[in-house]
Design a protein around this ligand. Structure first.
Ligand SMILES: Nc1ncnc2c1ncn2[C@@H]1O[C@H](COP(=O)(O)OP(=O)(O)OP(=O)(O)O)[C@@H](O)[C@H]1O
Ligand SMILES: [Mg+2]
Length: 449
């Protein structure tokens, strides 16, 4: 793993940089060599053609009406030697008159010919090539080779510079990456206090920030988990201790009223069952694929039904309960939606004192169905608001109230609303009441949850 990161990044950078440098050098070499060769070939052919025309003129001047004597042939021979040329002269019948042949075979395209004209009449033809049969002079061939050599040197130099640049980049890039990896490994090993330095280039810094954010979240989750276990133990202990105490009292034969004792034990057992029901409801709500049997449901109908169910409890406690519900169709599971309403209404009932008012409203707003449960109860302080949806969290005030629950109701609400693709929020004034607002997308067609 260690080797793979180091060599992977370095090797890739080095190969990319060096390959680009080499490719540039090779392309420049090929391109300039091809264009230089074609340029040199053009001028060599022009030069040969000029020589052929020139020899045609000479052959015309030294001819005697289409015939050449020994002296004129010698003149041409000298001229050909001076210019390092191989020359063939043919008369008007195509018969060779004079030849000064090349020392080697003539390369294709390395010869030129011109007519020998006297008084507007062609009396022969000359063919000219270089006396070594090649198109290029020695200097031209060397020029080409030197150019290729220079390109090879330039290519090697740029590849070496690219190599150095790639190594430098790889080192500066992999150093912060190694630090981040070390941090991630420490977090993976359970040290969630570790933070990686948030420095370096933007991308590296963003990764470091994301990793630190992840560690923070994990740390919070871990803290929450520990608290949850402690809270759960505490919640379970209270009724179990009550039960134990009564059972032991019965065993010791110090029970005054057996019937009252049994009723109290029954209450404790009911409290335990309630808690277990809440826990399994929460586990259910967090399960993926919760809404397998979802359908179109009118949220208003569910709210109105629950108002009827709760009416007696509110009346008993002396709290006015009112509802204002307009049809709002959502795609969901009626039982789960009902649970949302029940949990919010039971909180309003629990945290509102006699003489208070609770109202439930359902309406539509934009693309959403809105469910609001408002009370004039004890309210929630600003610093407690962010915690109310956390499982097992209970406000100090509610803890001190005899009626306090386990702190699971709103976590269930939050999970169920989320499963319906919605969002729940709360606005509250300590001592002045709270409004819990649930937004669920209105829908005539299924969501993907
Ligand atoms: N309507 C409300 N008014 C004031 N405080 C509230 C209200 N609803 C919830 N809270 C606060 O939020 C906390 C969490 O609520 P939640 O419903 O999750 O738990 P609970 O009511 O204490 O117990 P449970 O619902 O599990 O029986 C409550 O303990 C209380 O402090
Ligand atoms: Mg509750």
């Amino acid at each position: 793993m260690r080797g793979r990161l180091r060599w992977g990044l370095r090797a890739r950078l080095v190969v990319a940089f060096v390959a680009v440098a080499m490719l540039g050098a090779v392309l420049t070499t090929v391109y300039s060599s091809v264009s230089l060769t074609s340029h040199l070939a053009d001028s060599a052919r022009t030069r040969l053609q000029n020589s052929a025309t020139h020899f045609g003129d000479v052959a015309a001047v030294v001819s005697n009406r289409g015939r050449w004597d020994l002296q004129s042939i010698q003149t041409m021979h000298h001229l050909a030697q001076i210019d390092f040329l191989a020359v063939h002269l043919y008369d008007s019948n195509g018969q060779p008159v004079f030849t000064h042949p090349p020392s080697g075979p003539v390369q294709p395209g390395a010869a030129a010919s011109a007519p020998v004209m006297v008084g507007g009449r062609q009396i022969g033809r000359v063919t000219v090539s270089r006396d070594d049969g090649r198109l290029f002079t020695e200097e031209e061939i060397q020029l080409r080779q030197q150019l290729i050599r220079m390109h090879v040197i330039a290519g090697a130099t740029s590849a070496a510079i690219a190599l150095a640049a790639a190594l430098y980049l790889a080192v500066t890039l992999s150093r912060p990456l190694r630090r981040i990896r070390a941090g991630a490994e420490a977090m993976g090993a359970g040290d969630l206090d570790t933070r990686v330095p948030e420095s370096g280039d933007d991308e590296i810094r963003a990764v470091a920030e994301a990793l630190n954010g992840l560690a923070e979240t994990l740390q919070q989750e871990e803290g929450l988990r520990k608290e949850s276990v402690a809270d759960l133990a505490h919640e379970l202990r209270t009724p179990v201790m009550g039960l134990l105490a009564r059972v032991e009292a019965a065993q010791d034969g110090v029970l005054a009223d057996e019937t009252a004792n049994l009723a109290a034990m029954h209450d404790e057992a009911l409290r335990l069952t309630g808690l277990l029901d809440d826990l399994s409801a929460l586990a259910e709500a967090e399960r993926p694929g919760l809404l397998l049997s979802a359908q179109e449901v009118d949220l208003a109908a569910i709210a109105v039904m629950q108002v009827a169910v709760f009416a007696d409890s509110f009346a008993e406690k002396g709290i006015a309960l009112s509802s204002d519900a307009d049809m709002a169709i959502v795609y969901g599971e009626p039982k789960r939606l009902e649970q949302i309403v029940v949990n919010l209404l039971s909180n309003a009932l629990r945290y509102t004192d006699a003489g208070g008012r609770v109202s439930i409203a359902v309406r539509t707003a934009g693309d959403d169905a809105v469910l609001e449960v408002a009370d004039t109860g004890i309210g929630i302080s600003a610093e407690d608001v962010p915690h109310v949806f956390t499982r097992f969290w209970r406000g100090e005030k509610s803890r001190s109230r005899a009626t306090g629950g386990a702190g699971i109701g709103l976590s269930i609400v939050k999970e169920l609303v989320r499963a319906h693709g919605g969002h729940v929020s709360v606005e509250s004034v300590p001592g002045g009441g709270s409004v819990f607002r649930v937004l669920i997308p209105q829908s005539a067609r299924p969501h993907t949850f």
